[in-house]
Design a protein around this ligand. Sequence first.
Ligand SMILES: Cc1ncc(C[n+]2csc(CCOP(=O)(O)OP(=O)(O)O)c2C)c(N)n1
Length: 373
Amino acid sequence: MKASELLRKLERMGIDTIAGVPDSTLKQFCDGVQTYQGGLKHYVTANEGAAVGLAIGSYLASGRPACIYMQNSGIGNIVNPLASLANRDVYGIPMLFIVGWRGEPGVKDEPQHVFQGKVTCELFETLTVPYSVIDQNTTDGEMDEILREAGKTLGQGDQYAVIVRKGTFEKAEPFVWENGNPMRREEVLGQILRSLPRDAVIVSTTGKISRELYEQSDAIYGDHENLFMTVGGMGHASMIALGIAEKKTDKKVVCIDGDGAVLMHMGALPFIAAQAPDNFYHIVINNQAHESVGAMPTGCRQADFARIAAAAGYRRAERLETMEEVDQVGTWTREEAGPVFWEIPVSLESRVDLGRPKESAGENKERFMKYLG
Ligand SMILES: Cc1ncc(C[n+]2csc(CCOP(=O)(O)OP(=O)(O)O)c2C)c(N)n1
């Protein structure tokens, strides 16, 4: 199936707005959305629940349902506005979901997707959202039939979900862009690891930042026992790091975050600043994109994270633009009290042969807890 054809069909259903958060299963669809020539207005929201909010407002103002695309991990973020606002027992606001199905039972995937994949259909059933599953064998006629059914449901003020299996969309013209930042993320992460005190506790965010830190740590030190990878639960790494910092006050705790992840649950910033943990250091690797799932730009590329963190109340917040400055992070961590925040702009490059953790998530947890003592 071609993304552009599906998008044309959505327009014919009266949809004029599409919003969401990108996903690797939907990479070709997301490329198609970016390069689409039709009349759909596209938004990349901070999280999937925010897309539901936008869809509600858009419907109230136009009477037209919006389409929301997301990875199935985003279901958690949509449940509240869906169940307590959009559902027919409240306002009855129609919207169409396009959901990438990571962790489909029977399809090998990473640990963070296994349970979410197993309960994906059940969750839509519980939310009384009817759904269809599509894959690469879904014909044009079948898709028309699914969308006719979806249209009827939307017409009654209800929601409908199209659950998309891996490999459904044909390769679309890639959406290519540059952010103009010279430093490479992987090199920056390696430099940070070399510079930090060896016994610093590191909590890293969802996506390739964790995978690169894992590989770099093994390459530099031969282990990664001081690294906790937030493989799922995107946007929650900083609160996990705070939880550790509050309990382990004798350890320096460093959260290595992504700009997309910080945007997703930004309330963490003033909350962390309010706790004022003097052993907490927050590094945001900013490529203005969701690089791990296809490099779609975030919807907030103008955001100045260092200024946001300063305004949130971090003791110090700065932007580090050179490798020499990045190399100072270790010294500052040793010498300065937290909470300190560093925003580091990086390019959109990553290695195609980047590995994944070899141990199970459970094994890494045990190792990390043993390290923390
Ligand atoms: C709730 C949720 N939505 C979407 C995803 C899919 N996802 C995984 S990594 C990622 C991008 C993270 O972007 P950022 O934090 O900026 O880091 P980058 O990949 O750019 O290094 C996304 C959207 C997810 N894991 N969870």
